[in-house]
Structure formats: structure tokens, C-alpha cells
Write a protein that binds this ligand. Structure first.
Ligand SMILES: [Zn+2]
Length: 334
């Protein structure tokens, strides 16, 4: 039951104070946040994901079209040796001119029809020479590679899993009009044309998920039942303290899928630093990240996949969970 408006307002205000205090405590703490995941939490190698992220960051700034970007892509392909992968190359029309971009897709066949896509971007901001994007661009890159190793060793039971490293998520100049999400939009266009899109049951986008003070938003723009499912799984395995404790409207690589009618949600920590001050700055470096955060996010993703595999598509019309207590904030871009 929804609380009366006045009560909701008070509740939200209280939640904001609690959240701010939690953030202050978190930012002042010197130890990595070790979360007591329950025994039923899926096993995921967070250290491996963190190590892959460190490697990705070592290439330096990785904007589309740069040498570092090309070297990173070659390294990723080599790491996917023995795995079924392909690239989608396209030329993006950007305010900075035509830029060649590449999506990388790794496929893991499941035991039933349908596909669940897990994606994230591997490009970094193009207009900041000192920006190495450890969390923003790096963490999704490393996380997806660790998930690839996981599925290579443990093939999906249920729908197939396709991992997608999206190119060109970041704006080339400014996040207005179509100057963003070049890779995901190009992939949706191709999959619409060749009929692949009809096979996609759900899309989970990961972005900025390595912060040692993990705080994954409830994305109010994501498909409600899918976002609620992620939040429930986080709580179920003991990661509720770091998931869905504030609400944010997010534009990310999930948006083109939703626009095409595919359920899609983004898992993003948009409290990177106390006031998100590390975001899109030279402060976005490896020392802000922790293997533990990768482990937690990986476990939540695997737990969500497990439930998704058991839910027939026609029964996914449940209402989203209550929003009371979530703290509304203004829309931001990633
Ligand atoms: Zn970004």
C-alpha cells in the first residue's frame, strides 16, 4: 500500500539523511567493504574481474578511434580465444566526424531458447586526455571478461548468454541529441534488421560497478520488473546494503533496447565518491575500486540470470516493487 504523500515526503527525507550519513561513513572508511554474502550467493571471481580492469586501464585513455582503444580490443579478442565471438564494425556519424567503432560479442549457448544479453561499454571519454576511466569504461570491460571466463567454465543453464562490449557509449562532444550510445544503437539496428532482437529476453547493462564503496542505483528508467528482480536478488544473497538504496533516472546502453521493446536494466553506481565527484574526472583511477565490489556485482548478476532462466517470458508482467524510501534525484547521464 502506498503511503500518503506527506508521509512519503518525510520518509524520503529521512532516507536521504540516512543515505548521506552512510555515504560519509563509507567515504571515510579506510578498509574495503567486505559484504557478508549468504551461502546461496553464486560464486564469482571478483579479483579476476578487478585484474582485467587494471589491465584495461593500463592501455591509457581509450576513446573510439585511438590506438589504445584498438590495442584494448585486440587484447580482449585474444583473451576470448576458444570462445565463440564476433565483432560488429560500423562507422559512427558524430559531431567530431565519422569514427569507426566496433562492438564485440561473445556467445555462450544455453539449454533452452532465447538469449540474455549482459553488456557494458569499453570506450572511455574522448575529450579528456588525463581520463583513464577505471570505473567508467574499465570496470565494465573487466567484469565482462571475467564473466566470459565464468561462462566458458560453467555454460549457462537456461537461455543462452551473450556478452557485449559496447563501443561509443560516451559522448564524443556532449551528451545531447544522438551524441552517445553509438554501439548499442548500432547493434539494436542490426538485430532489428536480421531478426535477432526477437530472441533477446532481457538485457542487463553494467556500468561503473567497481567502486570500493559500492552503491548501485535503482534505475527508474530501466524496465521496472527487471530492475525489481535485480534488487530482490541482491537482497536475497545479502547484498541489499549496496543495491537499490536510492533512485536515479539513468541514460545508458540499456535505453536503445528498451526503445525497441526489449526489457533492459542498467546496474550502475552513480555515487562514485561522496557526491559522485570522481565521475568523468582524472580521479577515476584503480585505487578507488575493489575486487570485493566486482565479486558482489558478479554474484548479483549470476543470481538474476538464474531466476530469469526460470521465468517464462509471458509471465513477466509483475508490478515493480514499491518506491517508498528511495531517494529521487535529478536525471544524469553516464
Ligand atoms: Zn561515462
Amino acid at each position: 500500500m502506498r503511503a500518503p504523500f506527506a508521509l512519503q515526503r518525510r520518509y524520503i527525507g529521512l532516507a536521504a539523511i540516512i543515505a548521506l550519513n552512510a555515504g560519509l561513513l563509507g567515504a571515510c572508511s579506510s578498509s574495503a567493504n567486505t559484504l557478508p554474502l549468504t551461502a546461496v550467493a553464486p560464486d564469482f571471481n571478483g579479483r579476476l574481474a578487478w585484474q582485467y580492469t587494471r589491465k584495461a586501464v593500463s592501455f591509457g585513455p581509450r576513446p573510439p578511434g585511438s590506438q589504445a582503444h584498438a590495442r584494448l580490443l585486440e587484447w580482449l579478442k585474444n583473451e576470448l580465444d576458444g570462445i565463440d565471438w564476433e565483432t560488429q564494425r560500423f562507422t559512427a556519424t558524430t559531431p567530431g566526424g565519422a569514427i569507426p567503432m566496433t562492438n564485440l560479442i561473445a556467445r555462450f549457448p544455453g539449454t533452452e531458447r532465447g538469449v540474455i544479453v549482459i553488456g557494458g561499454h569499453y570506450d572511455t571519454l574522448s575529450n579528456r586526455p588525463d581520463f583513464v576511466g577505471a570505473n567508467d569504461g574499465g570496470s565494465s570491460t573487466g567484469m565482462l571478461l571475467a564473466l566470459a571466463k565464468h561462462f566458458a567454465a560453467h555454460p549457462p543453464e537456461g537461455p543462452s548468454v551473450w556478452l557485449v562490449w559496447f563501443d561509443g557509449e560516451e559522448a564524443m562532444r556532449k551528451w545531447v541529441g544522438n551524441d552517445h550510445t553509438y554501439g548499442s544503437r548500432a547493434l539494436v539496428r542490426q538485430w532489428q534488421t536480421d531478426g535477432t532482437l526477437a530472441r533477446i529476453r532481457a538485457v542487463l547493462v553494467l556500468d561503473m560497478i567497481g567502486d570500493r564503496h559500492l552503491n548501485v542505483a535503482y534505475s527508474s528508467t530501466s524496465t521496472p520488473w527487471l530492475m525489481a528482480l535485480v534488487c530482490r536478488q541482491a537482497r536475497r544473497i545479502g547484498a541489499g546494503a549496496t543495491f537499490c538504496n536510492y533512485t536515479k533516472a539513468i541514460e545508458d546502453d540499456d535505453a536503445p533496447f528498451r526503445a525497441a521493446g526489449v526489457p533492459a536494466a542498467v546496474l550502475i553506481d552513480f555515487r562514485y565518491g561522496l557526491l559522485n565527484e570522481y565521475w568523468h574526472t582524472s580521479e577515476d583511477t584503480m585505487n578507488k575500486l575493489s575486487p570485493e565490489s566486482f565479486r558482489v556485482v558478479g554474484a548479483v548478476v549470476l543470481a538474476t540470470l538464474h531466476v530469469l532462466a526460470g521465468i517464462p517470458p509471458e509471465s513477466r508482467d509483475e508490478a515493480p516493487e514499491t518506491q517508498e524510501g528511495h531517494v529521487p534525484e535529478r536525471s544524469d547521464r553516464t
